[in-house]
Design a binder for this molecule. Structure first.
Ligand code: BES
Ligand code: MN
Ligand code: ZN
Length: 488
């Protein structure tokens, strides 16, 4: 991706496509006016015919106009100031409309957006364009990716150039990271195994001096007493892996943020096997892990002066003669014992030991990211990631980061009152609560292993992938996490 911000003179700026906004009354921005003039009034004429849809973010691609750009993409805005959500819609629709071209230049930065400066706009445009260029082609025998490689964001005011350029870089890195997460998420379970993820981490460390990787295997996990983690993996032929990636961009004394990703490369449910419907989608049960890989890649793009550790809890959850059974009691690394009442509540079992392990990094904060509960999808649907935290300051920062990028989270309660649903007659706790508040009780379970540090949990069961015709991983919450880590 060659994404840049540029102070361009529209009458001379050559590109395969210029992207310009048209308001509800068919009025153009000043760059739009200039292009219309260069086309001898053709754009105004086409608009008068009513060819551009009235709905916000409708697009119309025009070819063969006189002027500096080979094509012009018209995008419907509204009169006056735009909301951030509407600007995002326009960014996404216009990016999608130009992916089959080799380059494009967006003039949507001429628009005014509520509570957002031109750097914010530049970042959003770069993020949207980067996301639009992704296509899963790895398992197809012939199809190629999209040609769009070059994307320019127009800088209306030279004074803004530096800020907008930095913003484009961040938006691009967020897109690259999201696309890494999408690719790993979309890969089928027979390719993307725990060992495959470990190889990805090792390869990344080979390429970058600021990243080091280590992988804990079954034996090492046994010696650490990770009985909860291992109880999930033992029904599968695929060996588990606890992958640690350390990005060192800051001073050695700077405490790291530790990200912990759920990496169940396929979740059959185990002995508490899932019903067949849409079971294929449980290949996405490693999207938390994928987002950790995405963040690591984005950090390596930007090389910020911070320290971040990415931990990936990778295992496959399968039924077999060796698998854990309902009623089994295991001892976690923390020493707490757990009665496994449902082998399909496996994410919390791999995560709890990884959370205990995370303490060794003396973290500034620990954030786990997990496709943890179907209940979260029922509560929030696809739009919001469920957010839990044991410190409100961290919750507020993550919420704000989500708002800025449009990769939003919604805070859920982590109240003490919910904890008793995990009481067991046979162990310190059981791995499931009742039918009610399933996402909350799962978070309560995790909270018991995160008492020694500032911690947040992101339940991405709804936001990590789309089902239906657009089935595929979204790359969320990479933009949110990057925005938080960069601490803007
Ligand atoms: N990976 C699933 C959660 C999930 C289900 C995410 C559907 C997205 C869509 C998780 O491991 C799981 O199976 N959770 C159970 C927990 C239950 C047994 C307490 C669930 O949500 O049903
Ligand atoms: Mn499960
Ligand atoms: Zn799962």
């Amino acid at each position: 991706m060659q994404f840049t911000a540029k102070v361009s003179d529209i009458s001379k700026q050559r590109s395969a496509c210029a992207i310009i906004a048209v308001d509800a009354k068919n009025r153009l921005t000043s760059c739009g006016e200039a292009l219309d003039k260069a086309s001898g009034g053709a754009i105004a004429k086409i608009l008068k015919r009513g060819d551009l849809g009235a709905k916000l973010a409708s697009t119309l691609l025009l070819s063969l106009l006189e002027g500096p750009a080979d094509r012009v993409l018209l995008v419907r805005s509204n009169d006056g100031v735009l909301s951030q959500a509407n600007f995002r819609k326009m960014a996404k629709a216009s990016a999608t409309a130009v992916t089959s071209l080799k380059d494009a230049c967006s003039y949507l930065t001429e628009l005014e957006v509520t509570d957002a400066d031109s750097a914010w706009q530049a970042q959003q445009l770069a993020l949207a364009a980067g996301l639009a260029t992704y296509k899963f082609t790895r398992c197809l025998s012939s199809v190629e990716g999209y040609p769009l490689k070059k994307f320019t964001v127009h800088v209306p005011d030279r004074k803004q150039l530096k800020a907008m350029d930095a913003a484009v870089e961040i938006g691009t890195a967020q897109a690259i990271g999201s696309n890494v997460a999408r690719e790993l998420g979309n890969l089928p379970g027979n390719i993307c195994t725990p060992s495959y993820l470990a190889t990805q981490a090792r390869d990344l460390a080979k390429k970058h001096t600021k990243l080091t990787t280590s992988v804990l295997d079954t034996k090492k996990m046994q010696s650490l007493g990770m009985g909860a983690f291992l109880s999930v993996a033992k029904g599968s032929e695929e060996p588990p892996a606890l992958i640690a990636m350390q990005y060192k961009g800051g001073k050695a004394s700077d405490k790291p943020v530790v990200l912990v990703g759920k990496g169940i490369t396929f979740d059959s449910g185990g002995i508490s096997i899932k019903p067949g419907m849409a079971m294929d989608e449980m290949k996405f049960d490693m999207c938390g892990a994928a987002s950790v890989f995405g963040v690591m890649n984005a950090l390596l793009e930007l090389q910020p002066a911070i320290n971040v550790v990415g931990l990936v809890a990778a295992a496959e959850n399968m039924p077999s003669g060796c698998a854990s059974k309902p009623g089994d009691v295991v001892t976690s690394m923390s020493g707490k014992t757990i009665e496994i009442l449902n082998t399909d509540a496996e994410g919390r079992l791999v995560l709890c030991d990884t959370l205990t392990y995370a303490a060794k990094y003396k973290p500034k904060a620990v954030i786990d990211i997990a496709t943890l509960t179907g209940a979260c999808v029922i509560a929030l649907g696809n739009h919001a990631t469920g957010l839990y935290a044991n410190q409100q300051d961290l919750a507020d920062k993550l919420l704000a980061a989500g708002e800025r990028t449009g990769d939003r989270a919604w805070q859920m309660p982590l109240w003490d009152e919910y904890q008793s649903s995990l009481d067991s007659n046979f162990a310190d706790m059981q791995n499931i609560g009742g039918r009610e508040a399933g996402s909350v009780t799962a978070a309560c379970f995790l909270s018991r292993f995160a008492e020694d540090y500032t911690w947040a949990h992101l339940d991405i069961a709804g936001s990590a992938w789309n089902s239906g015709a657009n089935k595929g991983a979204t790359g969320r919450p990479v933009p949110l996490l990057m925005e938080y880590l960069l601490g803007k």
